[in-house]
Design a protein around this ligand. Structure first.
Ligand code: SF4
Ligand code: SF4
Length: 147
């Protein structure tokens, strides 16, 4: 009989301890998000794939097609191309291709760019069934965002 009451006491105690923890956390602020129904705001230091930075004055890119990012990338994932328009002082960017399947997010390209033309994006929600889905035309992407 005493074993019965002991078990009853132990069970009730553990129930009350569990309920106490539940009520304690009910009163704390919610820190989880209903992903993917709600999108997440990434922290300033978050590194998504690299992206072209928009020049506020021209509305276009800041790239001078020097090729430093392409040369310095240890994973060989950047292809840059440009052309010189007649009368223009510098080259204009025509292609900025990023193969994100090879990128290690090391940041060397961002650090070596002399004009601050590239930075890490805040994109975290990437999904695709084929490798090609991770090969980005960043010039085209910038133009599409402009529209
Ligand atoms: S972050 Fe590193 S690996 Fe990725 S594109 Fe830039 S230099 Fe290449
Ligand atoms: S993004 Fe920067 S480093 Fe790369 S080609 Fe353009 S100006 Fe040069």
């Amino acid at each position: 009989m005493s074993g019965y009451f002991q078990e009853l006491f132990t069970g009730s105690k553990s129930l009350l301890v569990g309920l106490g923890i539940t009520f304690k956390y009910m009163l704390k602020p919610v820190i989880t998000l209903q992903y993917p129904r709600r999108s997440v705001k990434m922290t300033p230091r978050f590194r998504g794939h690299i992206d072209l930075v928009r020049d506020e004055e021209s509305g276009s890119d800041k790239c001078i097609v020097c090729g430093m990012c392409q040369k310095n990338c240890p994973s060989n994932c950047i292809t840059v191309a440009g052309e010189k328009v007649e009368g223009a002082k510098k080259k204009s960017l025509t292609l900025y291709r990023l193969d994100f399947t090879r990128c290690s997010l090391c940041g060397i390209c961002v650090e070596s760019c002399p004009t601050g033309a590239i930075d890490f994006s805040k994109d975290y929600n990437l999904a695709g069934r084929r490798r090609e889905a991770y090969v980005f035309d960043l010039k085209k992407r910038l133009e599409e965002q402009r529209r």
